[in-house]
Structures are given as structure tokens and as C-alpha cells.
Design a protein around this ligand. Structure first.
Ligand code: BGC
Length: 264
């Protein structure tokens, strides 16, 4: 039996970055199911972006694919222009694009550090700023949702660049929310925990590392991408009309200090 999804985003126009796989893909599909027209941003693998567009269009909703490297200012400007023109507006901006690489702190090349900060933090800044300008100028405002991570608060060995970018995105969210609150633009974050996607396939495809991961999650399972997407849809909608500068953790309790669950 299918889920009964309310169409609380009817008439809205959304842009989701990194929407050709994983969490971004699920967000794009969910926003469309709730009534939004959706732009699917991607940087590589156009065929995957086209597949998401097709999946959405087949349900009768509107979707387009837009290529842009979110860390490139000119490409972001061109993307925002294209989305406004082809969808007819931009009311929902979801900054999901991001990646991680693993390097011990002592060995991390500066280039690896810069690349992650460029995409995961600067990319979200550029898209949020450009989208906010459109939302403010339209007079009707909008909603920005930044996808952070439990690693905005949990330090993670081997991922100093990723943790720093996610912690930075947390404060970017709050500061932008503060500045834009009187201009009808809400800015919030969703912080996923261990969600089963290609980004962590190396961990969940190996029984030993999967078991180690599950010990860190009180619900004793990994999350599904649509469990993150539902939280994003809520924060994008008018049901969250008085919520701004908030971070919603979708992590099965990962941030609850799981080692303390049996006392001791
Ligand atoms: C990372 C995943 C990781 C999860 C929990 C996410 O932000 O992208 O690789 O499994 O955090 O540690």
C-alpha cells in the first residue's frame, strides 16, 4: 500500500544540488511528490540526472536537469538563471551537494582540504546566496535547507575537512537565517546520520565495518534516503513557517552518546 503524501508544496519551484544520486535524489523526488516543480542539479553523470527527471516527469510533475559545479561562481549564477527561467521561479533551495575523502590529519593534502571545503561549504554558500537574492527580490520569500551531517558536531577521524565544512555550514545556516528572517526567507539545516547511500558504501557493504557502524546508532539500523527527504520537505513547507535557523537531526540517535545507553 502506497504512502498517502500530502501536496503541501503545490506551486513551489525547487532546486536540489547533487540530486542525481543518494539523499539528493530522494529529496528531489519527495519535493515533486508534494507538488513542487524541481530542478535536478548534477556535475557528473548526466544520465543519472536524466533518470531522476524521467522518474518525476512520469508521475506528471515538472522536472529539469541542470549541470553546474556548485563551487564555481559563474556556473552557479548560470544555473540559478536557468532554473528561474525554466521553472518560472525559485522558492526552495536545497544545498545537498557534497563529498568526502579520507586522509589522516597528518597526511591530508591541502588540495584535498580545499576541494571538500569548496564544494561542501563554499558551494552551499554560493547557491544559498544566489537563491536568497531571487527569493528576496520576488517579495514572496522562500525556504533554504542545507544538508549538513551529524559530523557538524561529532568529530570524525580521517575527515577533518568534511567535519570543518559541516560545522561551518551549521553556522552559515544560522547566520543567514538571522539576516534573512525579516525578508521572508527561512534558512534551516537537516543533519543526516548514517544513511545508506553510495557515499558510505565501502562501510555498509562490509559486514565487519557495518557492525561497527551499527553499534554507534541507537536505532540499530542505517537510515533510508526518504527519511531525510521527508524532513527536508517539512522544513521547505509552510508547516515550518515559524522555524528558521534550526537544525533537524535525522540520525537514529547517533548524536545521543550511544555508549551511555546502558548506564554504567
Ligand atoms: C557521512 C557518511 C557517514 C555518516 C555517519 C555522513 O555525513 O557522509 O559517510 O556514514 O555521516 O558517520
Amino acid at each position: 500500500m502506497g504512502e498517502n503524501i500530502c501536496r503541501r508544496l503545490e506551486g513551489r519551484h525547487a532546486l536540489v544540488t547533487g540530486a542525481n544520486s543518494g539523499i539528493g535524489r530522494a529529496i528531489a523526488i519527495r519535493l515533486a511528490q508534494e507538488g513542487a516543480s524541481v530542478a535536478i542539479n548534477y556535475v557528473t553523470h548526466p544520465e543519472a540526472a536524466d533518470a531522476v527527471v524521467k522518474e518525476i516527469v512520469d508521475t506528471g510533475a515538472k522536472a529539469i536537469a541542470v549541470q553546474a559545479d556548485v563551487s564555481n561562481e559563474q556556473q552557479v549564477d548560470a544555473m540559478i538563471e536557468q532554473v528561474v527561467k525554466e521553472l518560472g521561479g525559485l522558492d526552495i533551495m536545497v544545498n545537498n551537494a557534497g563529498f568526502e575523502t579520507q586522509h589522516s590529519f597528518l597526511e591530508m593534502p591541502a588540495d584535498a582540504w580545499r576541494k571538500v571545503l569548496d564544494v561542501d561549504l563554499t558551494g552551499a554558500f554560493l547557491c544559498a546566496q544566489r537563491a536568497a537574492r531571487v527569493m528576496v527580490n520576488s517579495g514572496t520569500g522562500g525556504a533554504i535547507v542545507n544538508i549538513t551531517s551529524v559530523h557538524q558536531v561529532i568529530p570524525w577521524g580521517g575527515f577533518a575537512h568534511y567535519c570543518a565544512s559541516k560545522a561551518g555550514l551549521d553556522m552559515l545556516t544560522k547566520t543567514a537565517a538571522l539576516e534573512l528572517a525579516d525578508q521572508k526567507v527561512r534558512v534551516n539545516a537537516v543533519a543526516p546520520g548514517a544513511i545508506k547511500t553510495p557515499i558510505n558504501q565501502n562501510v555498509w557493504s562490509n559486514p565487519e565495518t557495518l557492525n561497527d557502524l551499527l553499534r554507534k546508532i541507537p536505532t540499530e539500523r542505517m537510515g533510508e534516503t526518504d527519511e531525510v527527504a521527508k524532513a527536508v520537505a517539512f522544513l521547505s513547507s509552510d508547516e515550518a513557517s515559524y522555524i528558521t535557523g534550526a537544525v533537524l537531526f535525522v540520525d537514529g540517535g547517533m548524536t545521543l552518546y550511544p555508549e551511555f545507553r546502558h548506564g554504567g
